[in-house]
Design a binder for this molecule. Structure first.
Ligand SMILES: *[C@@H]1O[C@H](CO)[C@@H](O)[C@H](O)[C@H]1NC(C)=O
Ligand SMILES: *[C@@H]1O[C@H](CO)[C@@H](O)[C@H](O)[C@H]1NC(C)=O
Length: 544
């Protein structure tokens, strides 16, 4: 405003005015100043870390001062990110490995798996809790941070970090909106048409009566699970907060989450109502432009221009050694008999399943960049969320081999959406496996379906990266997003499901009914009395 005081006419003053105006413009348009942002990602799953780190990398590229604490060395990172790696104890790593190999051998019972989470007493939770108590973690509290981003994975005691640093918090969840994270920002549970995590469904189809019964049950069960889990997680939180009575309580922290980032996009379905605090950044881990491939891989893929190439990976959790040897032999027999070239993710290069001229073993693969290659014709996958999104983004059809967790649901989705077929890896038959591969390679319908979806998935007002930058800086600009919070967050179960109101109405109706009954009884009594009086009067007059 000051520049208006200058008298016009003097050219040197004009220049000053122009310069000041320029400064004013550039400062007003400038995004949030470089903020200190902390990411805490302690889930042992490498694929989770890839998603979280893709967010942090985007923020570092934007010029923010990013610090990340993780349980393993991140594969996605940025030169400017300060990485602090707190690895789980050897004992925990061994325990984790044992649980995973047990899963590769036999089907897991969903109920048993849930029970383990219920007590927050499994190795997954323990190793994350240990990291927070690690001496090296304490140095975090000496710095000042403007924002904390927490990776969600049954680890709500991590809220102690933003509580101690006294700054806003954003949750990053690697899947679509679900019961475990919806509560943070108050996404309404819509049990009659939004399928829960465990409800099989087909996009665009209404849930049948039976499925709605099942869906209501599983939705309530999941929400109950969250409540029960919170009891254990709260006690962990209290231990971590020990010695500091001024620190905000667990329930205060739960009700003060600024945003939840979900790695999903509505085009994947199912369609559901979302609140502004839930921001979908599906595909954040996918590079908009693929990186150049390692020389050997590039040569192998380029040489596959005649019959095409296949990528085979069971993800980052499942090692080749976790699969039964007989199954490995079937996999090898079928894959080595194909005309296509095959890139097989296999850890132990000294001990591969067998040599074949069309198979290229590799310990770690730049999966996203491989899927982007035009010669890639098929992805054989464990149907983890990450790989599935990458394949659909690049329009590559799939043969799914789900093992555990959300994979069977993803695989069912691949099949029902017409993006590919599914085989049972725990009971693999040579003929079935080969038939599934040939079907997807030779029938163009799968490729057409997945490429049609890829177009929808990429069509957005803001790309995943732009959404991350915009919304993180939004929270920074406004020091949290309390104004955006759904009232649902502060309501208990009875209030939010309207049970209290329903009860009150029933009580009123009941009272009215009783009153009406009482009034009627009195009325009848009155009529009888009046009649009696008239009758006796009539009789009297008759007598007279
Ligand atoms: C960046 O963050 C680190 C914490 O990891 C902190 O020590 C450092 O001072 C920050 N740099 C600036 C310029 O604020
Ligand atoms: C919610 O978080 C913001 C940002 O950290 C903080 O200023 C505010 O006091 C918190 N509110 C409650 C009720 O804890």
């Amino acid at each position: 405003m000051k520049c208006y005081c200058y008298t016009m006419g003097d050219p040197s003053k004009l220049i000053v005015i122009a310069l000041m105006a320029l400064i004013a413009i550039t400062t007003s348009v400038q995004p949030v100043h470089s903020a200190n942002i902390l990411g805490v990602f302690l889930s042992p799953s490498p694929s989770h870390l890839i998603v979280h780190m893709s967010i942090m990398k985007t923020l570092a590229e934007q010029g923010h001062n990013v610090t990340v604490v993780s349980g393993q060395k991140p594969k996605v990172t940025h030169e400017k990110i300060h990485n602090i790696i707190i690895e789980p104890s050897e004992e925990h790593q061994r325990e984790m490995e044992q649980e995973l190999s047990a899963m590769g051998v036999k089907k897991q019972n969903v109920v048993v798996m849930l029970m383990k989470f219920l007590m927050a007493n499994n190795v997954l939770t323990q190793m994350q809790y240990d990291a927070l108590r690690n001496e090296r973690f304490q140095s975090i509290y000496e710095s000042k941070f403007d924002l904390v981003i927490l990776g969600y994975f049954v680890n709500n005691f991590k809220f102690i970090v933003p509580a101690k640093l006294n700054c806003p918090v954003i949750i990053s969840w690697t899947g679509p909106p679900m019961e475990m994270v919806n509560g943070f920002v108050g996404v309404p549970p819509e049990m009659t048409y939004v399928p829960s995590t465990f409800t099989p469904h087909k996009n665009g189809e209404l849930l049948s009566f039976g499925l709605r019964m099942f869906n209501t049950f599983t939705s309530y069960a999941m929400r109950l699970l969250v409540v029960i889990m919170d009891i254990s997680l709260n006690s962990y939180y209290k231990t971590l907060a020990e010695g500091d009575p001024t620190i905000r309580s667990y329930s205060q922290m739960l009700a003060n989450v600024s945003l939840v980032f979900c790695n999903s996009h509505f085009s994947e379905g199912p369609i559901r109502p979302l609140v502004p605090g839930l921001v979908e950044i599906g595909g954040i881990q996918i590079k908009e432009k693929p990186d150049p491939l390692p020389k050997k891989l590039e040569k192998f893929l380029n040489a596959s221009n005649k019959n095409g190439a296949i990528l085979f990976s069971l993800g980052s959790n499942m090692k080749g050694s976790n699969i039964q040897p007989a199954t490995v032999q079937i996999l090898f027999k079928v894959l080595s008999s194909l005309e296509q070239n095959v890139i097989w993710k296999w850890e132990d290069l000294a001990k591969t399943p067998g040599n074949a001229s069309n198979i290229f073993y590799q310990k770690w693969l730049p999966q996203d960049d491989i899927l982007a290659h035009p010669n890639l014709k098929l992805f054989i996958t464990h149907a983890g969320k990450g790989g599935m999104v990458e394949a659909t983004y690049h329009g590559v059809p799939m043969v799914a081999m789900p093992i555990f967790a959300e994979q069977p649901v993803n695989a069912a989705k691949i099949v029902s959406s017409g993006y590919g077929t599914q085989v049972d890896i725990l009971n693999l038959k040579e003929d079935d496996f080969k038939a599934a591969i040939l079907e997807v390679l030779n029938n163009p319908v799968y490729r057409d379906n997945v490429q049609k979806f890829a177009k929808l998935y990429r069509d957005r007002p803001l790309s995943a990266r732009e959404s991350v930058v915009y919304w993180v800086e939004y929270v920074l600009r406004h020091h949290g997003a309390a104004h955006m919070q759904s009232p649902l967050v502060r309501m208990n179960f009875i209030q939010s499901s309207g049970l209290d109101v329903l009860f009150a109405y029933f009580a009123i109706l009941y009272a009215l009914w009783r009153l009406a009954k009482l009034a009627l009884a009195h009325l009848c009594e009155l009529i009888r009395k009046v009649r009696g009086i008239f009758k006796s009067k009539r009789e009297k007059s008759k007598k007279e």
